[in-house]
Design a protein around this ligand. Structure first.
Ligand SMILES: [Zn+2]
Length: 1104
């Protein structure tokens, strides 16, 4: 067939065979030919509804980008929220809640940097340039504005959409400070010599050793205070939030769609976390063109504190002291600070501490099989080991570039995205928790003291983000671990990049809220048909005592069809009392005080209700769904406290506000344009913002076989910091694996850790600026993420730019601070700090690239692009991200122009991962992916931590019919086989084997036709191939070592993640095999290039 826009198959096929190796183990010739090959004897192929849309066939669509502006107020579908001055609530002249901002109203073009390369003219031989345009990245030079929307970073304001919508936050800081915290308690448990073992994670109140007097007396068993005594004003260090800066009330701008007046005072957690600013009058932004910038907007510092250069030339720096520390006056005693700073950047100019392999340049056309056989490890920043060993774990905090370019110009040149990927509330085995009335933070920028600050002497520390010199508070002089006075640098806060603080009352605007759980159930005929209520109610009954909480926990239930049903669970009732409200136009709450009840006091009534609920609607004929009114009612009910709302929906809402109409047209599924990725109403987003304002998060469980417009419904979770769960075609009888998955995930959902009324702020070193956030949240004030709930399974991403030259800086740091209320009612702050070196050459930027983080960030950006422009535009931009960066590498780093496709070792998997993204459900073309499934995949891109995003994008493939204990892991007496990871190509399969594909949310075990008898009988428990059931979703537990090995391996894989992947065992005739083949990223499908073809295409573009 002739396919426009890709390298002609006929032209490349020979090379393809040669490169692929023509023969496989079974002797059939394999090419990555257009039709699934003979090995798989597929029945899919043409019946799958593939269109001939090819990834390369879209260049003509490009010009459409400019006018594709999302509907006002709905542009933020993708869950990213861009911070730009223009998108912040109000026009010039209106009051801002932060003085610095007022002076930094800039145009989008100034803020967002240079424009991207424009698409080549259409006349440029489309066949030869199949994947043009649509870059994610700023171009090299700075062309004059206005920037074309094809630039990633420009797509926000120029679309005319308002990205941030300001809730009305009035700003009375009613600090209601009742807290049980005792002042001056340093907490740790276990062996004090282990620096991370002060306390185990979470829960029980830690040991208090020793309780110090509330006024610390330095005389204890410890050394004397330094001569000269404490600094004159110990009290000058203050953790009290700066009250004035929020005094002007931020008004929602005229464009805000959230201006409904429902926001009330106690939501201003902004100031509680401490903000980044002091509202001092001198807070004028020196350079208004820079716009809002976390790194830039710090208050002006005394000049001497800015980028302190050695004022005291003492010759060569003493060991362990960075040059910047030389200016401190000689203290009374020598001060053994752990080494930090420039001296300890090893080989900083050449990345010489990289493994030699890391310096290789690879010709991917010759060496394209670069996938390691073990899980890909993140690159290690090129830091001195003393610094690196203190650094934040990459599981929690990762940067796309582990060497930060010192200027935006250098970053632009590299054409790689700069951003962070976070998993801030991940379940941790070890988490140091510190309680102390004094949380030491920078007086200027409110950074928490961390391992990467420098101590000028015992009494002063210099902030690693804004360079302000701060006093060490007296209390901080005592090290609770060693019980030694005078060791501020050995305190846990300075020894751990990940730490949690018990927050004193200054961090509260109201008493910590109780855990409140409200369940909202669809009980229409359709819902009852699926049988889901049984599962949910049973799961709740089983886990009622494991819901995170304490004696204050509250619970409530609402059900709805065409009417709304409330349940009075007041203590003392003999049975739950149902109250039906049929007026869905103006919903009121009957007896609000009895609907959300104390779980302990009303437990029996709750259990009664859960036992009867599944049967109560058995006979219902009501098909209508008044979801919107039910959500409004639930919101009203929860407004006074905040909490978690769990909504279960099985169909398109049809009644009242928020009613939706079907808009999926099956024959358009394959088209890359004209698909409905944007919400059809802003009702759900508005309601979500109201919820966010009242500290309510909404989690949506969609269990539906029909189209339910997840693009619209999902907004309720996205902006309220909830999560979306999707179980397509859920049915209690017809779809047992979905039921199993639902039950397992529900259990995790109900029992996992939860944080309430949370906010998160990410700070970075002066000169860097964060401008776009990805994830489920609402950006409250410029850079404060509002998270009514935070859960341990959510990931976030941010994009950054370099706004000021970092030439004088050797190290930069990023710090995320998550302030939340635990289910036990404690206010806590979890802080992660990541430190990275600054690099000055393009080669170093490339050497430090983290290809997984880059791919993950690009995926987030591509979701936004799909929504704000089009899917084809997003796909173009993904491809161009590879072309642009590799072109930059070729032209600016490599000296001799090799004809191949030359890539730095760090990016050896970049083309593969981008190709995998193009084939991922979010961005694929030409398949019959349902719209809701595509939307859900996009939600997952936004909300999943990087590790799972990568697994769903590029699955792991293992051969499992010959598992051995060689190289196995030993965990808790279990021996877990570790088979090598194989490339995703049918070349790697053979008919006499069995192969497990782990695609994150789903696992597929493909059994070859000639698979050995022993595997069939000892693992699958069947006599022969023909007797493998058509649908098999579980492995029998047989009493054989082979069975034990594979079951252990699969369970181990499942244990690693917070969701439950379904396992399908498939043989050749299985319909699931089509999905298995679709995940073979390196192979060609009718609608997508093979990896080799893709590389050829990239090479053509790069070498032009
Ligand atoms: Zn600071």
């Amino acid at each position: 067939m002739s396919q426009p826009g890709i390298p002609a198959p006929g032209g490349t096929i020979t090379g393809l065979q040669a490169q692929n190796g023509a023969a496989s183990t079974s002797g059939s010739p394999y090419t990555n030919g257009p039709v699934p090959n003979t090995l798989m004897s597929s029945q899919m192929s043409r019946s799958q509804g593939y269109s001939s849309h090819l990834p390369g066939s879209y260049p003509h669509l490009i010009p459409a980008k400019t006018p594709l502006n999302p509907v006002l107020g709905q542009s933020n579908y993708g869950g990213s929220q861009t911070v730009s001055p223009l998108s912040n609530y109000q026009g010039p002249g209106e009051t801002l809640n932060r003085p610095p901002m007022a002076s930094s109203m800039v145009t989008s073009s100034l803020h967002s940097g240079p424009a991207s390369r424009m698409p080549p003219p259409a006349s440029q031989s489309p066949a030869a340039t199949p994947m043009p345009s649509g870059s994610f990245l700023p171009g090299v030079n700075l062309p004059p504005p206005p920037p074309p929307p094809s630039n990633w970073q420009n797509n926000y304001p120029s679309t005319g959409s308002q990205i941030n919508h300001s809730p009305l936050v009035t700003s009375q800081s009613t600090v209601s400070g009742n807290t049980n915290l005792t002042n001056h308690q340093y907490i740790f448990s276990g062996d004090p010599s282990l620096q991370t073992s002060y306390i185990k994670s979470g829960s029980a109140p830690p040991l208090v050793t020793p309780p110090l007097p509330s006024t610390f007396q330095p005389g204890t068993p410890i050394g004397p205070p330094p001569t000269g005594g404490p600094p004159p004003q110990t009290s000058s260090h203050s953790v009290v939030p700066q009250p004035p800066f929020n005094s002007p009330v931020s008004q929602a701008g005229g464009t805000s769609d959230t201006n409904n007046g429902s926001m009330v005072a106690h939501n201003s957690y902004d100031e509680i976390e401490g903000g980044g600013f002091l509202a001092t009058p001198q807070l004028t932004n020196k350079n208004p063109k820079m716009g809002r910038s976390v790194g830039y907007s710090y208050p002006s510092l005394p000049p001497g504190y800015q980028n302190t250069t050695p004022a005291n030339p003492v010759g060569t720096p003493p060991s362990g002291m960075p040059p910047s520390s030389l200016s401190y006056p000689r203290g009374p005693q020598t001060f053994p600070q752990p080494p930090l700073g420039a001296n300890h950047l090893t080989a900083s100019m050449s990345g010489l501490n990289l493994h030699p392999e890391g310096l290789r340049v690879i010709n991917l056309l010759q060496e394209r099989n670069m996938l390691p056989s073990t899980p890909l490890q993140p690159p290690v920043p090129n830091l001195h080991e003393d610094i690196q060993k203190l650094n934040c774990s990459p599981e929690l905090f990762r940067c796309t570039l582990t060497g930060i370019p010192q200027t935006q110009a250098l970053l632009n040149k590299a054409k790689l995205p700069l951003g962070l990927l976070l998993h801030p509330f991940k379940d941790l085995v070890q988490l140091p928790v510190v309680t102390s009335s004094t949380i030491v933070r920078c007086r200027s920028c409110r950074t928490y003291i961390n391992p990467f600050v420098s101590f000028l002497d015992q009494r002063r520390w210099k902030c690693n983000l804004c360079y302000r010199v701060n006093d060490v508070p007296e209390e901080f002089m005592y090290n609770p671990l060693t019980r030694v006075y005078g060791e501020p640098h050995r305190r846990p806060e300075v020894q751990n990049a990940t730490i949690e603080f018990m927050a004193p009352s200054e961090y509260m605007l109201r008493p910590p809220q109780p855990p409140v759980y409200l369940f909202v159930f669809d009980v229409s005929h359709n819902a009852v048909e699926t049988g889901y209520l049984n599962s949910v109610c049973q799961s709740l009954l089983d886990n009622l005592d494991s819901l995170p909480g304490n004696t204050r926990t509250k619970i409530g239930f609402i059900t709805f069809d065409s009417t709304i049903h409330f349940y009075s669970l007041q203590e003392g009732l003999s049975q739950p009392q149902m109250l039906v409200v049929s007026d869905i136009e103006d919903v009121f709450i009957p007896m609000p005080e009895n609907l959300l009840v104390n779980l302990n006091e009303s437990k029996e009534l709750v259990q009664d209700l859960l036992k009867t609920l599944p049967q109560m609607f058995n006979k219902t004929l009501e098909t209508q769904s008044a979801l919107g009114p039910a959500l409004q009612a639930a919101f009203k009910l929860m407004s006074p406290t905040g909490g978690r709302m769990s909504v279960f929906q099985t169909q398109l809402p049809t009644l009242g506000v928020g009613a939706l109409k079907p808009r999926e047209e099956p024959n358009q599924r394959s088209s890359v344009k004209e698909i409905h990725l944007t919400p059809s109403t802003d009702f759900y987003k508005k309601l979500a913002l109201d919820c966010s304002g009242q500290q309510v998060a909404v989690d949506l469980f969609l269990l539906s076989g029909q189209y339910s417009d997840l693009a619209s419904l999902g907004c309720i979770s996205r902006y309220s910091a909830g999560s979306v769960y999707y179980y397509p075609s859920y049915h209690h009888q017809h779809n047992p694996v979905q039921v199993q998955k639902f039950q397992k995930e529900l259990q995790r959902y109900l029992t996992r850790k939860i944080g309430f009324e949370a906010v998160m702020r990410i700070r970075c070193t002066k000169g860097l600026s964060i401008h776009t956030f990805h994830g489920n949240f609402f950006v409250r004030s410029t850079d404060l993420l509002s998270l009514p709930n935070v859960n341990p399974d959510a990931g976030y991403a941010v994009q950054m730019s370099v706004e000021e030259s970092l030439t004088d800086t050797q190290l930069v740091s990023f710090q995320s601070a998550l302030l939340y209320t635990s289910s036990k009612g404690e206010r806590r702050i979890r802080v992660h700090t990541l430190c990275l070196p600054v690099v000055s050459t393009l080669n170093e930027v490339f050497l430090g690239a983290d290809v997984q983080a880059i791919s993950g960030l690009l995926a987030n950006m591509a979701v936004d692009r799909s929504v704000s422009a089009s899917l084809s535009d997003a796909r173009d931009a993904l491809v161009n991200a590879v072309i642009d960066s590799l072109s930059a590498y070729r032209s600016s780093v490599l000296s001799n122009q090799h004809p191949g496709l030359m890539v730095p070792f760090s990016l050896r998997l970049f083309p593969l991962f981008v190709l995998a993204l193009l084939k991922q459900k979010s961005f694929q073309t030409g398949t019959n992916a349902r719209l809701d499934e595509r939307i859900f995949a996009m939600c997952q891109v936004k909300n999943q931590p990087l590790v799972y995003l990568m697994l769903t994008t590029h699955p792991n493939l293992y051969r499992v019919d010959n598992l051995s204990d060689e190289g196995s892991l030993s965990v808790n007496d279990r021996t877990i086989p570790q088979p090598p990871i194989l490339q995703l190509s049918v070349e790697k399969l053979s008919r006499d084997g069995a192969f497990l594909m782990d695609a994150g949310f789903v696992m597929m075990l493909w059994v070859g036709k000639n698979c050995g008898q022993s595997f069939l009988s000892q693992v699958l428990g069947v006599q022969n191939y023909a007797s493998i059931p058509q649908t098999m979703t579980d492995l029998p537990e047989l009493d054989t070592p082979e069975s034990a090995r594979i079951i252990t391996f699969i369970s181990w894989l499942r244990e690693q993640r917070p969701f439950f992947p379904i396992l399908y065992i498939i043989r050749d005739e299985s319909p699931i095999k089509a999905i298995f083949l679709q995940n073979m990223v390196e192979d060609r499908t009718e609608s997508a290039l093979s990896y080799y073809e893709f590389l050829l295409h990239i090479q053509q573009q790069v070498n032009k």
